[in-house]
Write a protein that binds this ligand. Sequence first.
Ligand SMILES: C[S@@+](CC[C@H](N)C(=O)[O-])C[C@H]1O[C@@H](n2cnc3c(N)ncnc32)[C@H](O)[C@@H]1O
Ligand code: SF4
Length: 339
Amino acid sequence: VLLYLHIPFCDSKCHYCAFVSSTHHHHLRDAYTEALLQDLARSLQSAPAIETLYIGGGTPSTLPLSHFERIFSLLEPHLKKCREITIEANPTATKEWLEGMSRFADRISFGVQSFDEEKLRFLGRSHTPRQAIEAVETAAKAGFRRISIDLIYECAVDSVELLGRDIDTALALPIEHISAYSLTIEEGTAFARQPQRRKEDERLAAFVRERIGKRFLQYEASNYGEPSLHNLGYWKLRPYIGVGCGAVGFDGRRRLYAPERIEAYIKDPHVRTVETLSNADLRTEKIFLGLRSCVGVEAGLVDAKKAQILIEAQKLTQKGGRLYATDYFLADELALFLL
Ligand SMILES: C[S@@+](CC[C@H](N)C(=O)[O-])C[C@H]1O[C@@H](n2cnc3c(N)ncnc32)[C@H](O)[C@@H]1O
Ligand code: SF4
């Protein structure tokens, strides 16, 4: 099974971000860790071995090492067959924290977003370009062999020159993976009141893909390089356990949602809101997730005539009974046509 752990604390709130995270609950970190341990212990009772573990947020690097020591001592017996342990971190993570975490995790993903000072301010990031570069270098020295960074593009301040500099700076670092996300305007964020902060521009998107593609293979609409096994599991619609406030789990048929409010989660970490997916929902999910990535879609799931039209238009390829989008950026449109 795949396991996701959520750490809902951030030092500051970025203008674009709608993730479950809070900047004013740091005093609850001890109580939160206790609740997380209880939730984890119960969730793992009936679970087979963990295949991949992903610790995300929020900002996991806001939680002290001593808390992770407790979490990992509980997890250890379940990790014997684990193939990948990823931790997310902000570039403000300290050297001590990175060195300590390298004992537990083998993959680290930094939310860099950009190496341009003005763009970082525009996004409301709390770190400088230098901190981002140093964080990656420190993680490499600490022993992380698998390092990924997140970048954001299609912002009002973007140009081919700026993005070219961002990508070239990234590619000069000891990384094996880049997630490049097109900025989305999310409800409830500072940017929701300023939608002009996003600049939709196919040219920029094509440029980003081409420039990163010089080094790394695109294997999903926003992902390049050595694939994350955990994320591949999501796109294959494998079952996953979600532990922590705002975490989502999936048992193959039902989605299980943990409470989003930190206080509510601490009060009772075992509560889940359940959403049962119909066969039609599962088919839709498989088509959307599969076409966005190298996972592809079982040909039998879609209408053969419609698929043939897209194959002839060279928008789909067929290999070994599966269909793959030739351009992952167009996956949603293809999926809508095939549904
Ligand atoms: C949980 S954060 C990563 C770790 C850490 N919190 C940080 O930001 O450094 C997940 C990533 O999602 C991306 N993201 C979040 N909101 C987004 C949005 N509205 N549009 C595009 N990308 C977004 C960012 O690249 C961010 O690094
Ligand atoms: S992008 Fe990361 S650091 Fe910024 S608010 Fe979201 S979770 Fe926190």
